[in-house]
Ligand binder design. Sequence first.
Ligand code: GAP
Length: 514
Amino acid sequence: MTQEELFKKLVAHCKEYGFVFPSSEIYDGLGAVYDYGQNGVELKNNIKRYWWDSMVKLHENIVGIDAAIFMHPKTWEASGHVGAFNDPLIDNRDSKKRYRADVLVEDWMAKQDEKMQKEVDKARKRFGESFNEEQYRSTSPRVLEIAQKKQVVLDRFTKALNDNDLEELKQIILDCEIVCPISGTRNWTDVRQFNLMFSTQMGSTAEGANTIYLRPETAQGIFVNFLNVQKTGRMKLPFGIAQIGKAFRNEIVARQFIFRMREFEQMEMQFFVQPGTEMEWWSKWKETRMAWHRALGFGDENYRFHDHEKLAHYANAATDVEYNFPFGFKEVEGIHSRTDFDLGRHQEFSGKKIQYFDAERGESYVPYVVETSIGVDRMFLQVMSAAYTEEQLEGGDQRVVLKLPAALAPVKVAVLPLVKKDGMPEVARKIVDELKYDYNVVYDEKDSVGKRYRRQDAVGTPFCVTVDGQTLEDQTVTVRHRDSMQQERVAISDLKRMVDQECSFARLFKKLNL
Ligand code: GAP
């Protein structure tokens, strides 16, 4: 199965098992907007809990807030989003389709990588065991020619983006002979900047309506509350403020399911530090965040850092944590050193002093900021991509199982009476009642036990507990483990301890060494 087919199956699975639905589907959906179903919302809440507790509970010097989505319009002038939160757009006159000019060039560069890889694969077949890829890449005239062509374009591209040179961006598209995937032509318009913020009106027209924006990042809600939190919480530098909330961007190229959405959720933490110490903290947060990802057990080799060549207007260093999705390594989280840009600009635009008095140094200053910013939905897709597994079983059967970390699983235990009689349903209900105060538990009595196991595998339930004839005699049940499919006999009185041990968040948190 190709990675593309795997991804299609994952999307279909998300819908079939109540994880993610297209928004307002009965009206044919709304582009790049999605709803979470009964299992999706549980998984999403668990992801948020994993993040929130790891920040706020496990760090004495990090506190949380929940700021409003609507903010004073000046916020976005100060932050630079009104002037600079743009994507370069280009239209194809024949297909009337609109594209991000930078994405067209990036796709072209990815194609050059594929071409080089094809050459390498062909040579590997030709040379067999003795093949040395590194040597081949550095000597093959064909590979060198493609690599050089790509490098020239990459240099021009980076410069064009940094200089905001839209004419050059169009020229690169023409020089690379990039065609519209729909019309196949090179009949392109000029490149224009397009602001990604959604706007709406606040107040009635009679009162004089005000244009306000739906926030494109949650971070600004933290910056404008810096003094409120610092003073009321008597916080001392270094300290952090964490927040989870919705953000909105009018993305032009919305693709890959919930990877790039127009309405999404972010988990952001702004860490305020003394000026001059930001690089040290940036490195520390890189390490801490990578450990958080890896603790989920999806394989260290599937994560990597990608340092930014083009820095955002507010940053002096930035890296992405990338995950190996079915469509390649892509960003899940950004870790940015934002300098004193945001607090400084809010100080300037509001006319209010936004400074920290450092008693040890005997001076006031605008703190520097290191930010960790991760999309909840993108993390959700990362977890689903890593967990989705198709297994061939003995006897020719197949199963789809979500190998989710137990703490994140939407349902922790399914309780199944073997038959709907002889007092088994009553005992099963009692077990549900005992566990339901601590965990999300389901009761299922429909179909054969085998079918019920498959249903639970498909949503990633770590334990299936079957009540049978023996239960009525000795108060034990069969516990079936999701990943190994091993079964064991466990006393009902031991069930809670067993579920605690496997499913508790504490187990995950201890791996973080915080
Ligand atoms: N405050 C900094 C900031 O917003 P960003 O790199 O633009 O930085 C941070 O976004 C994270 O938010 C990304 O790493 C990604 O996980 C998530 N994100 C950004 N745009 C998104 C979108 N359109 N759909 C889903 N998630 C998105």
